[in-house]
Design a protein around this ligand. Structure first.
Ligand SMILES: C[S@@+](CC[C@H](N)C(=O)[O-])C[C@H]1O[C@@H](n2cnc3c(N)ncnc32)[C@H](O)[C@@H]1O
Length: 186
């Protein structure tokens, strides 16, 4: 059996490029409101989320994207916006970057890769980090908040010490969802 790592073409076919809608970007930002520190968009496309987050004060704002054309486009948009020196776009495989210093993570990826992504996020993110997932929820985590409808919906998750974030409960259409109480807690 071939045990070589998947090629970039294979990875890109698994998660094709679709830009976040204007509302989706607004929802991502609303779920990151009041937060500070590093923001990373995993699969940053043309960089719209990174640029918007940088403008809201999340710094450094970094995008990892495998498609070199999209990395070039993102850099062009950043230059056009006068932010060329302040935002960073790297042509890198998101599965190979370390997230250990990331306090804010945005993802808009295909549902097929989200189970694997949960493991990476849980293993690498520091306590207190927040993950926002656009259009598709993380399959087993419990969201702390959900905003938007349909294709624009975005889920937020907080990283806590002591293991996985728990099984997801069905989310209402557009609402803040409190974390379920921990039955082990006193
Ligand atoms: C659905 S698009 C989202 C783009 C952007 N985050 C947005 O919200 O507008 C997913 C992006 O992930 C990129 N991608 C897919 N697999 C990747 C990988 N292994 N490493 C880095 N980027 C990847 C794709 O090229 C695509 O641009």
């Amino acid at each position: 059996m071939d045990s070589s790592p998947p090629s970039d073409i294979f990875l890109l076919a698994q998660v094709p490029y679709v830009g976040a809608s204007v509302r989706q970007v607004e929802h991502v930002l609303s779920l990151l409101r009041g937060r500070s520190g590093k923001l990373v968009d995993l699969g940053s496309g043309d960089g719209r989320i990174v640029l918007a987050a940088h403008r809201r004060g999340l710094r450094p704002a970094v995008g990892y994207e495998l498609n070199p054309w999209l990395v070039g486009l993102a850099r062009f948009y950043a230059w056009r916006a006068g932010c060329a020196g302040s935002v960073c776009y790297h042509r890198k495989d998101l599965w190979k970057v370390s997230l250990r210093d990331c306090h804010n993570v945005s993802v808009f990826l295909a549902p097929s890769v989200l189970p694997l992504l949960e493991g990476k996020l849980q293993a690498e993110l520091p306590e207190g980090a927040r993950v926002v997932s656009g259009r598709f929820p993380l399959p087993t985590w419990q969201p702390v908040a959900v905003v938007g409808e349909g294709l624009d919906r975005v889920w937020a998750y907080d990283i806590h010490s002591g293991g996985p974030a728990g099984q997801a409960a069905p989310a209402p259409s557009s609402a803040l969802v409190p974390r379920a109480p921990d039955p082990q807690a006193g």
